[in-house]
Design a protein around this ligand. Sequence first.
Ligand SMILES: N[C@@H](CCC[C@H](N)C(=O)O)C(=O)O
Length: 264
Amino acid sequence: MKMHGLGNDFVVIDARDGVDPVTPALAEALADRHRGVGFDQLALIGPSQEADFHLKFYNSDGSLSGACGNASRCVSDWMMGQLGKDHVRFTTDRGQLEAKRAANGMVSVNMGAPILEARLIPFDGDPKATGIDGDPVAVGMGNPHCIFFVEDAEKVALESWGAEIEHHPSFPERTNVEFASVTAPDHLRMRVWERGAGVTLACGSGTCATAVAAHLRGLTGRRVTVDVDGGRLEIDWREDGVWMTGPTAFVFRAELTSDFLGAL
Ligand SMILES: N[C@@H](CCC[C@H](N)C(=O)O)C(=O)O
């Protein structure tokens, strides 16, 4: 299936029968926007003993990610339809998460507590001591994020800074990179460079990490609206985790040809 959340697009494979067909090479071939389908992330739905389903995420370069907020919302929306429920629980590499239907056709996901301990992000040290200009904040949401607060996010050279910081030696597993401006105490504008995918129109986990960083810096409250290139997400950092609410879209369902699979 193809789905997207604010233009952050996904190929979704339902493998609840327990057979995992995805290899990094298949993920990379499917991600090719000319010869494959094209996606920012691939989400694989698998069976789970303790929840409704399990989710595993690949980036377009074939690497794995422990979290993907927008794909979690999209797949949860579809799974709620399949299971006839308004609330689902699912397991991921970072643990069990939950999602539910919200007002106006939106879907909310609880992305869990932010990871602030550097070693667990993982992040080697103090941002000020890394040589990265701009005094960033490092936050984990099951995946690493490096957030810069800037005067005007529109003016940042996202591609060049993003590519460089993704590979900064202070992030041993690479990092997603966010540039954000505070437009009001409850409103942010954010642009993102995703680890393993490059510039995308939205990043759910990145939006959550940015909202957490903004609150920790004393720039906003715990509830913020975040405008990303593809639209708008609502973030609420509650006692039980960081909740993210936004739209989902189902684009198509299809079958891969033997020609495509045979060429791998
Ligand atoms: N688009 C995602 C994040 C995808 C994972 C990321 N590129 C990584 O490698 O950590 C989202 O919506 O959270």
